[in-house]
Ligand binder design. Structure first.
Ligand SMILES: [Cu+2]
Length: 174
């Protein structure tokens, strides 16, 4: 879908699941949590994630686990460097609602935080405010334990949460 055709806050998802793995693509336009028409994509910072900016997330999981997650955005702040991760819980009005990062091997140890054990999709918006990222891992998601993509104000794991998109990630077959 093209962002310009979408009016208001729209979310759409296409899901395919079965013996050959799992494929999903979903997109939405960001809206504030107080918007009259709620969106699956919520902005907490209108400067870095403007209302009506757009996000698309795709997942492709092979039967035995290997998983690619893709991200595309438009309408973001040109030249800004964003940090992005898959988080455990759905988005809410409170930025903290999305919970912590999804981890392949769950651990309270900071050494296990990082792009190897988590899904990171950091990107820098180009001059038009568009951006893209892709992450590939040998493992897939545990069913129901990956629920959102959180946009942070800075790359890495320390930036404030400036946006969140609730995404129907699928579990892997193993
Ligand atoms: Cu995060």
């Amino acid at each position: 879908m093209v962002a310009g055709i979408l009016a208001g806050a729209v979310a759409a998802a296409m899901l395919t699941s079965g013996v050959h793995g799992y494929e999903m693509r979903t997109d939405a336009q960001f809206a504030p949590p107080t918007a009259f028409v709620p969106s699956a994509a919520v902005t907490y910072d209108m400067a870095l994630v403007p209302a009506a900016s757009w996000i698309e997330v795709g997942q492709r999981s092979e039967e035995l686990g290997p998983t690619t997650v893709r991200l595309r955005v438009t309408g973001f702040a040109p030249g800004h460097r964003y940090g992005v991760h898959v988080h455990r819980s759905p988005c809410g009005a409170d930025p903290a609602a999305a919970g912590g990062h999804y981890q392949h091997e769950p651990s309270p140890d900071a050494q296990h935080a990082g792009a190897g054990n988590e899904v990171w999709l950091d990107f820098t918006a180009d001059a038009d405010g568009s951006g893209a990222a892709e992450a590939r891992h040998a493992w897939g998601f545990r069913r129901g334990e990956a629920s959102s993509v959180v946009i942070h104000s800075a790359p890495g794991a320390k930036g404030d949460r400036v946006g969140c998109f609730t995404v129907p990630f699928g579990g892997s077959a193993v």
